[in-house]
Design a protein around this ligand. Structure first.
Ligand code: PEP
Ligand code: MG
Length: 570
């Protein structure tokens, strides 16, 4: 079967299927009154959020719901508001020392089982409603997320509906050889992380993936997007040969590690890496990365129960600063929202999360979160060469307000007598079309730009980066997008600031000559891609790249552009 190959390479291994939410009783006991109150409060909040969810479903589908479906939603609200269920759950928490989720499983699922065993057909069908509301409450309690086993066998290929960024990060890459998912897109964060960690991945395979059974032998080709189930011996041999070739090519490319990415006519581009924490740095240097062009800090915030404290964040950034050995590290302030939700932050449901409350918008609205992060980055700045970057900027007011917050964070530290580097550079991501169009003005406000093509592409072309149905339209060679990128680089240079690019386009070999010709100063990508892109730069001249760029800018559609780039890249 075929999906979208999002992280290159070939894996051959055994399937481990993790579709189903594992509902299990943890057996954890809550002992103190405070702990019990917290659990009781969590339950009440989870019920409210489940009610909100059902109401939202009802409103969203108001015109199409038939009376039966409408009844089902009414019954679910009734169950969710049922005083008996609430008092049974609270009794388990307060008198039997259960956690909220254990109490919900015991009360709601036991009731569902009881209804399911009844003779009366009407009552029997209510079992499914109870099951459903049980799932909704557990979901709100964040306990029925996909349950990844704690340990994997060697050469495991994960087969899942989708993987969240935190699940992808948690994968032990010494055991997990790759993954294939039913949904997802090229620039979903699971895909980006897989690429950075060098594990082959294929997304958007569709429901056919359900045909796979646990322990089936699977071949995963993260370049072509092929997923081969239960292959014969000949296929396995064929793919082992391909795998060997890829590994040999890579070891040749890795030998270029200590050379600069210099064209044949002497122009140098900085090769930087995208990371999510200090543990990624080893791979960065192994692949010849010269620093970090994008440190996605939000990954410290996900997969946990509450916001990290200033001290915890400081230690996290300090580790990166120290381990990056004086090389530049662009620290991006939190970019939560969109596909990176924090269950403990509780952003209410939004119809368009990518156009909603996310990134710098949250930071400027909830300054305590922002200032805590800025103070911890500044505190860590004395241990290395950190720069600060704001995501999702769309207006000059946001830049000015964010800079005021940096000033405020510096004053807080001064008052407390804590050291920081006052010359810490400040930059912005260019990932909203208004920012790309305002590059001439914004360039006067900041020290550098970094073009985030993942979002800039989705916003410019109005194509959801996570929606596989429109993945064919998500295309970074669209001439409209290319015009914006070119403008940003030209304006940056006119105002004598650096222009980098840290979206997935940076690691697309087809785009390298074009971006070089546009004059980019820095390319930042998943560490595993650095050797491939460096090899292209080393083998070409800037003057050829400029010609390529000028020809591409005269073309009116991406099909022609891609064919031309394939031709000149041979
Ligand atoms: C981008 O939008 O290009 C980017 C690098 O940021 P993220 O993928 O984290 O949204
Ligand atoms: Mg982005």
């Amino acid at each position: 079967m075929k999906g979208i190959g999002v992280s290159p390479g070939i894996s051959i291994g055994n399937a481990c299927i993790i579709y189903k939410a594992a509902i299990f009783i943890s057996g954890i006991r809550v002992e103190t009154k405070e702990e019990k109150d917290v659990e009781a409060e969590k339950f009440d909040k989870a019920v409210l959020s489940a009610i909100e969810e059902v109401n939202f479903l009802r409103e969203k589908n108001a015109l199409t719901l038939n009376s039966e479906e409408s009844d089902i939603l009414d019954t679910q609200i009734e169950f969710l508001s049922d005083p008996q269920i609430r008092s049974d759950v609270l009794d388990k928490i307060l008198n039997e020392n259960k956690t909220a989720s254990d109490a919900v499983i015991e009360v709601v699922f036991a009731a569902a089982q009881m209804f399911g065993n009844m003779e009366d057909v009407y009552l029997k069908t209510r079992a499914a409603d109870l099951q459903d509301i049980g799932n909704r409450i557990l979901n709100a309690l964040n306990h029925n997320a996909q349950h990844l086993p704690a340990q994997f066998k060697k050469n495991t290929i994960i087969i899942a509906e989708d993987l969240s960024p935190s699940e992808t990060i948690a994968l032990d890459i010494t055991k997990v050889a790759g993954f294939a998912t039913i949904s997802g897109g090229k620039t979903s964060h699971a895909a980006i992380i897989a690429k950075a960690r060098g594990i082959p991945a294929v997304v958007a395979c569709g429901k056919d993936l359900l045909n796979i059974e646990n322990n089936d032998i699977i071949i995963l080709d993260g370049t072509s997007g092929d997923v081969i189930i239960r292959p014969g011996d000949n296929k396995i041999e064929e793919y082992k040969r391909k795998q060997k070739k890829i590994i040999e090519e890579l070891s040749f490319l890795k030998a270029l590690k200590d050379l600069p990415a210099k064209t044949t006519d002497g122009h140098t581009v900085k090769m930087l890496a995208n990371i999510s924490g200090h543990t990624d740095l080893e791979q960065v240097f192994e692949n010849g990365g010269e620093g970090v062009g994008l440190f996605r800090t939000e990954l410290l915030f996900i997969g946990r129960e509450s916001f990290p404290s200033e001290e915890e964040q400081f230690q996290f950034y300090k580790q990166v600063a120290i381990k990056s050995k004086g090389k530049p590290v662009i620290v991006r302030t939190i970019d939560i929202g969109g596909d990176k939700q924090l269950p403990y932050f509780g952003i209410p449901h939004e119809n368009n999360p990518f156009l909603g409350y996310r990134a710098i918008r949250i930071c400027l609205n909830q300054k305590d979160i922002f200032l805590t992060q800025l103070r911890s980055i500044l505190r860590a700045s004395v241990f290395g060469n950190l720069k600060i970057m704001f995501p999702m900027v769309s207006s000059i007011d946001e830049i000015r307000s964010a800079k005021e917050c940096v000033q405020q964070a510096k004053e807080d530290l001064l008052k407390s007598g804590i050291n920081f580097r006052d010359d810490t550079e400040i930059g912005i991501m260019i990932e909203v079309p208004s920012a790309a169009l305002m590059a001439d003005i914004f360039a006067k406000e900041v020290d550098f730009f970094s073009i985030g093509t993942n979002d800039l592409c989705q916003y410019t072309l109005a194509v959801d980066r996570m929606n596989e149905k429109v993945s064919g339209l998500y295309d970074h060679f669209n001439p409209g997008l290319l015009r914006l990128i070119k403008n940003v680089i030209a304006q940056a240079h006119k105002h004598k600031i650096n222009a980098g690019l840290c979206g997935e386009m940076a690691s697309d070999p087809l785009a390298t000559l074009l971006l070089l010709g546009m004059g980019l100063d820095e390319l930042s990508m998943g560490a595993a891609s650095i050797p491939y892109i460096k090899n292209i730069i080393i083998g070409n001249s800037l003057s050829k790249a400029r010609d390529v760029c000028s020809n591409v800018m005269k073309m009116d559609n991406s099909g022609t552009i891609k064919r031309y780039l394939e031709e000149v890249s041979k």
